[in-house]
Design a protein around this ligand. Sequence first.
Ligand SMILES: C[S@@+](CC[C@H](N)C(=O)[O-])C[C@H]1O[C@@H](n2cnc3c(N)ncnc32)[C@H](O)[C@@H]1O
Length: 266
Amino acid sequence: MDVDAFERAAWEGRAAAYDRGFARLTAHTVEAVLNSAAAGPRTRLLDIGCGPGPVTAAALTLGAQVTAADADLDMVELVARRHPHAQVRVAALPGLPFPDESFDAVAGNFVIEHTGDPVAAAAELHRVLRPGGTIVLTCWTYPGNRAVAVFSEALRAAGAEHPAGVPAETPFSAHAEPKPFARLLTEAGFEGAAADILRWTHRVDPDAWWADVLAGTTRTGAAITGQDAATIDRIKAEYDRAAAGYVTAGDEVALPACALLAHAVR
Ligand SMILES: C[S@@+](CC[C@H](N)C(=O)[O-])C[C@H]1O[C@@H](n2cnc3c(N)ncnc32)[C@H](O)[C@@H]1O
């Protein structure tokens, strides 16, 4: 399957729903990303796969000169409206419209796993980073990331088949562990690559989270919405059963979440 073509089509029309829901999960890693990138006043920072712009927003408050780029037009328009001080571009890895060595730092919060050729994508980020500049990328890691893993587990528990048109794995899947993630950056030409695990708790209403993930994510959401209505009901029942194990005071669930943060220097 052409993962890039799937991703381009799957993100179309999701920007607003992603912004309302799933972006509250990705927001947890922004501070660590910008710390690792040593972003500060006048840092020329590329926020690649910017989505609705959580990294851009925080980097601008630090005084960085931010370029926000995303393959999806709606995401880019949303960032342009919200952050008039950022440069914004529609751009898809692994082919970016920026000259060599344009940036002091590159931050990609949960974008690398959406690329069809992650080594080529990382090599392109190496090209646009100046010598001595820092790259920081995050990705999800499973099964520890319960906030998302509960959905694929519910699909399997309901006896549903993964829909043929939705990739179950992507070329990045093999890199979603600390050492392989760091090795990817080394293969792309970076120095001193290392990856750390970030952990937090995602507190959310379970029905709202079901709706957020179905509407705002590509592979996870599409694997469920691509089923017939009766199967979706069975998956939801399995999700409810799993979510009940994380109920806290009130109606919220406290879902353990975790991600990898890889960093390296050009
Ligand atoms: C999971 S979202 C992350 C958004 C944002 N960085 C955040 O932290 O919430 C992934 C984003 O990457 C974008 N994307 C997917 N493939 C891409 C590619 N090849 N090049 C650039 N952006 C891409 C999608 O359009 C989407 O906005």
